[in-house]
Design a protein around this ligand. Structure first.
Ligand code: SAM
Length: 289
């Protein structure tokens, strides 16, 4: 794979040819290692049956591998300077659409309807711009896009939080939010040396398999997510205290009553509750609010 875009030599050539300078503010850390890209293809399960959505193609390092392995690729890139570069680097592939849009503002469903009409399965695969990792992933999940999985290179610390289990240091409201929609796992850790320029933080590939339906039934999703966030509000505090603060107009007795109804000990801490317990708690408080 000598001619791949994802090599230090080729990347430098493209940089020089176009006089391109990286914008740190856009999270531009490009991949220069084909082996990592091959592994990402494996983790994501990209095949010729699959349509792929990419966020932030950069110079096309990952886009190229998606074009080779998937049926069709649609890539959203915010940086206008990269559009003519991508046109050239990816000119030998006829199954790629580049959309010059901010992913946070894009109507992704509409784009999917346009390009993936006959596609049975669509997957999202990206080396994300790290300054907006969480907003992008929450948008992708909350839009409930018809995709089967999301495979993303992100900061290791954020990947750990998204995939974390109860009673661990990384477990928090982000773990619940992500795992409500997906089965999450950290597929691999990635050294800084595979990027140009190298980022300041360690990276991981996070695999999110979209669930057909959430693992718990909650009366009201935003009430549930707000309550979960409140339970982690002050990590050292007990559930009883965090909930009393969240339901500030309630008496202590009322808070205690709902804790009892849910069968949860108010002296526990948020980090010890699993998704089912949070759902019980939220549904019990919701019925009384
Ligand atoms: N995929 C390329 C690679 O792996 O070499 C580049 C990845 S780089 C980490 C992130 C890319 O996302 C950059 O090309 C950047 O311009 C783009 N980007 C940043 N913010 C964006 C946004 N809001 N919408 C779409 N693309 C964005």
């Amino acid at each position: 794979n000598q001619k791949a875009i994802a090599t230090p030599k080729r990347t430098k050539e493209i940089l020089n040819k176009y006089g391109f300078s990286f914008k740190k503010s856009l999270g531009q850390n490009f991949l220069i290692d084909v082996n990592i890209l091959e592994k990402i293809m494996d983790v994501a399960g990209v095949t010729k049956e699959v349509g792929a959505i990419e966020i932030g193609p950069g110079m096309g390092a990952l886009t190229e591998q998606l074009a080779i392995h998937a049926n069709r690729v649609v890539a959203f890139e915010i940086d206008q300077r990269l559009i003519p570069i991508l046109k050239e680097t990816l000119q030998t592939y006829d199954n790629i659409e580049i959309v010059n849009q901010d992913i946070l503002k894009a109507d992704i469903k509409h784009v999917m309807d346009t390009y993936f009409q006959e596609q049975k399965e669509v997957k999202i695969v990206a080396n994300l711009p790290y300054y907006i990792t969480t907003p992008i992933l929450m948008k992708l999940l909350m839009d409930r896009l018809p995709v089967s999985s999301i495979t993303v290179m992100i900061q290791k610390e954020v990947a750990d939080r998204m995939a974390a289990k109860p009673n661990t240091k990384s477990y928090g409201s982000l773990s619940i939010a992500v795992q409500y929609y997906t089965e999450a796992r950290v597929a691999m850790n990635v050294p800084k040396t595979v990027f140009m320029p190298q980022p300041n933080v360690d990276s991981s590939v996070l695999q999110l398999d979209i669930r057909d339906k959430p693992p718990v039934e909650v009366e009201d999703e935003s009430f549930f997510f707000d309550l979960v966030q409140a339970c982690f509000g002050q990590r050292r505090k007990t559930l009883r205290n965090n909930l009393a603060r969240h339901f500030s107009t309630w008496t202590k007795e009322q808070v205690e009553e709902q804790l009892n109804k849910a069968g949860i000990d108010g002296t526990r801490r948020g980090e010890s509750l699993n998704m089912e317990e949070f759902a019980d708690l939220a549904n019990s408080f919701y019925s009384a609010h």
